[in-house]
Design a protein around this ligand. Sequence first.
Ligand code: D41
Length: 680
Amino acid sequence: MGAPPDALARVESLRQQLALHNYRYYVLDDPLISDAEWDQMLRELIDLEHHYPELISADSPTQRVGATPSDEFASARHRVPMLSLDNAFSDEEVRAFDRRVRERLELADTAPAVRYSAEPKLDGLAISVIYEKGQLVRAATRGDGTVGEDVTANIRTIRAVPLRLNGHAPALIEARGEVFMPRAGFEQLNRQAAERGEKVFANPRNAAAGSLRQLDPRVTAKRPLEIFFYALGSVEGMTFPVSHSETLSALKELGLRVSPETAQVEGAEGCLQYFASLQRRRATLDYEIDGVVYKVDSLVSQSRLGFLSRAPRWAIAHKFPAEEATTLLREVEFQVGRTGALTPVARLTPVVVGGVTVSNATLHNMDEIERKDVRIGDTVVVRRAGDVIPEVARVVISRRPSDAQAVRLPSHCPVCGAAVRREPDAAVARCTGEFSCKAQRKERLRHFAARRALDIEGLGDKLIEQVVDAGLVATPADIFTLTRGQLAALERMGEKSADNVLSAIERSKETTLARFLFALGIREVGEATAAALAQHFGSLEALLGASFEQVQQVPDVGPVVAAQLTDFFARDENRRVISQLQQAGVRWPRIDSRSAQMDQPLTGLTFVLTGSLESMSRDQAEDRLRALGARASGSVSKKTSYVIAGADAGSKLAKAEALGVPVLDEAALIEILDQRRLPN
Ligand code: D41
C-alpha cells in the first residue's frame, strides 16, 4: 500500500510552509499570513496525516501535543552544567563588576572599554533544549544546574519552539533560554480560572512554572507560553561563534527566538545607560522582566574569566529595585478630589519601594478596602508600578494585631464639613460642598492649569494652595484677575517670579477649544472626549446651544457623558465662569468643522513618537501634529505612517524598521510642523 507520492509531497510542502510561517511570526516578528490561513494549512495537514498515518513524523507541527500524561518527570542530566547568575543591585555594583572583569583580563587603565552584550532578564524559567540533526529531541528544566527534569513533551507544545531547525543544522546543539508567560496571556488565564472558581496564579512567573510542570502536555498546550533563547550549551558539528552577540545571531538563524531588545554596549557606563533605558520602557513590554543581564561579549574573554562556583565571572544580572514592600498602615485619611470624590489614603510607616520612599498609598475606595479587608494597624504590602501612584496591594493577615480598627467613611467632608454622599451601587463617595469646598476648588484649579489643559507654567500645587488660602482665587476665572502686587506679596515669591507667573498666565490665554473644554474639568470629559466635542461642534457657542440628543451625535458620547455635559452647562455658576474667562481674553482659533475634518495637511496620517526630542516635549509635538489633522498613536503597526525617532529611541524604532515604516528625525518633524506639510 503506502501513500501516493503526491500526498507525500503535499505533506512535506505543508510542513515546510508551516515551519516557515512559524519562524516569520515568532522569530522575525513579521508574519506573512494571517492566523486563519495558518490554521487552514494545519487542518489540511491533519487531514492528510489522518488518511495516511504512515506519513506522520515526530517533527510534524501536528505532533506538538502528545496525548499521554506521565506519572512523573524523568530526570535529565545536563551535558554542560547550567550556570546561575550573580546579582547586582546598584550602579556601584555594576561598576565593581566591570572593574573585576578588567582586572582579570589584565587590561590597562588606558585600554578601551569592555564590550558587553546586554539583554532583558526575563522573569520565567530557564530551560535547555537539545536538537540532534536539526530535530528537537529533548528539553529539560535547569533544576540544580546539573540535573533537571525532562519536560520535552511540554516544551514541544510551545509554538515558538521549533520542532525542526532551519537550514543546515549541526549534528547536535543545545540551546538555552527562558520560558515565560506574556502579561496578556497571564491575565486571560487568571480570568478564566477565576470564572471557574479555580485558584489564580500570583504572577506570570508562577503561571509559567505551573504550566511547564504539568504532567499532562494537553494542559500545557493550552497555556500561552513563549520563549527567548540566550545561550548555547554543548555543540557538535559546528564552529563556535566568537562573541555572545554572534551566538545570538546564530541561534536566530537556526530558527530559535532571541530577544529583540538585546544590544551591545561599552563599559559599565554603557551598561547603566541600557539599564536606565530599559527600565523606562519596562511597562511597555508585553512580558515581565526583573532586570538586565550583562555578558562580556567576547567568548575568548569569557573563557579567560571562567566561573566561580556556579556563576560565570563574565556575566551579571542587574536587578530592578523591588516594587513591593511590607510596612505598617498607621492611619487612613480621606482626600477630596476635583469632583468631590473622597479617596481613602493610607498613611504608612515610610518604606522604600522600587527605589522610592513611600509614606502614602491609595486605597482607591471603600469597596476596595472591604474587598482587601484592610484595617488600621495592619501590616500591608505596598506596590508601586512604574510611575503610577503606590497602592496598598494586600494585607498580611497573619500579622494583624488584635486591636486593628475598621476603616469608616466619614459622614462629613474632612475639608469643608459638608455632608458626604455615597450614591447607591457606586463605589465612590462624594463631598456635597462643590464650589464652597476648598479642596474641590484647589483640585479644579490644579486641573485647569495643568500641562494638558491651559498649561499655566508656574501655577503649581504650592501656588494654588497659597492663592486659594489667601482668598485671591476661587474659580478659574479669578486666575486672570491676579495682579503683580498680589502675587509678589505671597510668601517665597519675589517680583521676578510674580512676573514669570503673570506672563505664563498671559500666554495661556491663547489655547484651543479642546484644551479649554478639557480644562473645565467636566466629569467624564477627558482629553479625547474634549477633542471630539471641539471637532464636532467647532465652537463653544454651538456646544452650549446643543441639546441632550445633539450632544450624543458626537462619536463616543453616550447618555452618561451627555448628562454630565448638559448638567454642567445648565448651572449659572459655570456659565458665569466661562463668560468671565472669555472676557479675560481666553481664546482659541475657530474650527471650521468641515475643513477641520477634510482638508488639514496631515489628515489621515498616523504618527508615533519615540525617544526624547530636544526642542519640545513629546506631548507638545503630538499636540502640534494633531492640530494639523494627524493622529498620534503610542504603538507602531503597519498602519503607522511615520515614526519620529528622538534620542534613545528603542523598540518602537526597531519595530518600525522591521515593518518598513518610514522613520524621521527631529529635524524632519520640525520641518513638517513649520511647513505644515510633509517633506518632499
Ligand atoms: O532572561 C534571563 N532570565 C536570562 C537568564 C538571560 N537573559 N541570560 C542568562 N544567561 C545565563 C548565563 C550567562 C549563565 C548563560 C540567564 C541565565 N544564565 C540563567 N537563568 C537562570 C539561571 C541562570
